[in-house]
Design a protein around this ligand. Sequence first.
Ligand code: PLP
Length: 375
Amino acid sequence: MQIEMVDLKGQYNKIKTEVDQAILSCISNTSFINGPAVREFQYNLEQYLGVKHVIPCANGTDSLQIAMMALGLRPGDEVICPAFTYVATGEVIGLLGLTPVMVDVDPKTFNLTANDIEKAITPNTRAIVPVHLYGQSCDMEPILKLADKHNLYVIEDNAQAIGADYTFSDGTVAKTGTIGHIGSTSFFPSKNLGCYGDGGALMTNDDDLAKKMRMIANHGQEKKYYHKVLGCNSRLDTIQAAILNVKIKHLDLYSQARNAMASFYDTAFVKVDELEIPERQFNSTHVFHQYTLKVKNPKRNELQKYLSDKGIPSMIYYPLPLYKQEAFQQFVSSDFVLPTSEDLCDQVLSLPIHTEMNSDHMNFICDSVKSFFNK
Ligand SMILES: Cc1ncc(COP(=O)(O)O)c(C=O)c1O
């Protein structure tokens, strides 16, 4: 039995006719750069997310960079981000000469909390980057309140949670990525809404920020060959936009399929003492970009090897907190430690979850995990 972490081929085969047609139409009308499919996708994503502006760009890392440039952050400004995240979140902060202030995460939800953020705020803090890790929203309401109190910008890194809904205490529901001043996302192929190459986008309800971000993504120009600010070249490729226009129609079904798998895993593992299943936050839906277990005893690596020997892939997202990466040593003292991030790096294991899994795959994975623990 062939089991993949992500089955892009199986997913493509189901939408092949439509995707092939969309790609061919871009090629036949040679609209390679900023073609009609890009504007169409911008509109489709604005409608889907219920946000005023979507600014497509080249990838998720660029989207974070463009967001920070548009907010006018300057060298020396501190930006708070989780230590337990993909490198891009902190990398961009350092690359712009800003100071990444890495903060611990909640051990149950893997996400930043307002409490931990507050302890890290200094007079130099300008922005917070909550990452909706693995597909579930950070608890945004207290984070927004804190940001408001200290006059800070909030940039949501929504690369892993597109489609998730966050519910405020007054019952208002908003899609992740549309809650802070700016939201950023990635369409990397394995993402829940992934294209067939690189892609990304920014989201905002603020007209001025939208204008600035559009300008920065386009070499700092509003009018061709007149450059107001230093920008970059960050475009969503037309062919990728055409693919996304097909895939966005399936996004909610994809999220449902991922949730069904997550529930199946939960049921199988809830009684295995050595495992902790992912916690669902009461005010967020989960889109399960990853299904991540915590292996409570120190057997995580052995379990991974055991599964691998049976042909079952699994991944450790992430093996090191940002501050332990060589590239981040410049931002911390040698004794800097965040205990939860360290524990999570030792304990997390993400199992295959994608839209094409069948019950044979699921049963085989669950039986294999349980047999490792002699259950
Ligand atoms: C949390 C997070 N932020 C940012 C990114 C960067 O996205 P990209 O790979 O499109 O640059 C990713 C993608 O892997 C991610 O998972």
